[in-house]
Design a protein. Sequence first.
Length: 312
Amino acid sequence: MELIGGRVGIEATYYDKTVTDLILPRTVLPSTGFLDQLANVGELRNSGLELLVRTVNIEGARFGWNTSGTLTTSDPEVTKLSTGGAFFIPNSFNIVRVATDPGDGSAPGHFFGTTYVRNAAGQILDAAGNPIEDATGKIVGIPAIGPRAVIGNPNPKAYWSISNDFTAGKRVSFRIQFDGVNGFDTFNFDRRLLETPAFGSGADYAQELLGEVPRGYFQARRTIFEEYVEKGDFVKLRELSLTYALDPAWLRDAHLSGVSVTLAGRNLKTWTDYRGWDPETNAGGQSTLVRGFNFATAPIPRNVTAAVNLSF
């Protein structure tokens, strides 16, 4: 749809898709000679919205300003599993799980792990003041499922981006872009490792050294995986660039029709409450379901580049 003589453009798509042959890796018996194999494990339903809005805010010979924004939402749900029921995804430290449990348990690749013991007043500590691992798998709002429970969902609810392009005359152009991801959890395995007494180099471990928590507190907490699932939502200053085009009049003798110089930066700033290095990185790489798992993963680098473009 276009409005105001083409100055506003809108593209929108709603999708509701059912996958009846959900192909995922599944662990098999070692006697087969393999560790895992791809299998048709069941069915999945996913629905959401894809939206693009473009606007021409100012259009003039001396100054121009265009804006573009995108929004994508997603709500995947495993609706049926074949024989064998729930299972852990291979190479996921037995934490990333596929199931059709009530509540968030139906999200593909959810985190499934140990939780704190709680009562109506909140978390319960033992006589020494240390946290206690819940052996029943109970967690607020989710039924007990053995010794573990659903503790997080790494599937983002929404991805969005907004960019602004500015021009000043024919020579100068400027671009700024922000990206954001919302509604997902990240498993901070790095924090769990660094708080383990054998390493003792995590920031929180200083509390035990200073006597602010009892001795043995972090040894007791390290087995409670719920503690290390954090909100991964973030906003990034993804791109900032400035381009200056030189006047081609004096370049004709060099048989050049134009020369431009660009200074650009990417991943310049991240706003997030996540306590690790970067909520956008993942130990599973491009794995379909091992998402939001931070374990010895380097943050996405901040890049600053300069370029000269020649046109003949």
